[in-house]
Ligand binder design. Structure first.
Ligand SMILES: Nc1ncnc2c1ncn2[C@@H]1O[C@H](COP(=O)(O)OP(=O)(O)OP(=O)(O)O)[C@@H](O)[C@H]1O
Ligand SMILES: [Mg+2]
Length: 148
């Protein structure tokens, strides 16, 4: 399904709805250009795991941010990793799957390597507007009602 977001806040809200589907131990793979809004989406995802929005950031050298909670959550950013060997050495494979909940930025780096994740594509439309396409969540299980 495809949704238009008109603000960062709306993108966070969409992320929150995605997050509800990760609680059972799934991963969401985020695809989109620099500044598209992948981290904004993950701020919403993290809120489902009790993580304050301000604690989810794009720290330059953080590849894996682990948040302990009732259900542990991993925010993974693959921007700086260019081959599977470095991804493996960073410990990324231990954080995806195995019943763990995670969200991954620059997930194209895992294309053909890991399957079974919810796929989220976010793209720039204009300054405040983004197009978000979600694959792997059934439309009937998607209770997001667009108000804006
Ligand atoms: N509708 C929108 N949804 C999300 N972000 C938006 C929207 N409108 C404007 N923005 C702005 O776009 C930027 C998105 O930044 P964000 O860090 O989430 O992108 P990113 O895809 O994670 O980038 P990077 O590739 O650098 O990690 C923010 O500055 C945000 O304020
Ligand atoms: Mg980011």
């Amino acid at each position: 399904m495809t949704i238009i977001s008109h603000s960062p806040q709306e993108t966070i809200e969409i992320g929150r709805h995605i997050g509800r589907h990760l609680i059972k131990g799934l991963s969401a793979f985020m695809y989109g250009e620099l500044g598209a809004g992948k981290t904004m989406l993950i701020k919403g995802v993290g809120s489902v795991f009790g993580i304050p929005e301000r604690d989810i950031t794009s720290a330059t050298y953080t590849i894996i941010a682990e948040y302990e909670g009732a259900v542990p959550f991993y925010h993974i950013d693959l921007y700086r990793l260019d081959d599977i060997k470095s991804i493996e050495e960073a410990g990324v494979f231990e954080c995806i799957g195995h019943g763990k909940a995670s969200a991954v930025e620059w997930a194209e780096k895992l294309d053909g390597v890991i399957s079974g994740a919810i796929r989220v594509d976010i793209s720039y439309v204009d300054n405040d507007t983004r197009q978000i396409t979600i694959q792997g969540i059934d439309e009937k299980d998607w209770d997001y009602n667009q108000t804006g």
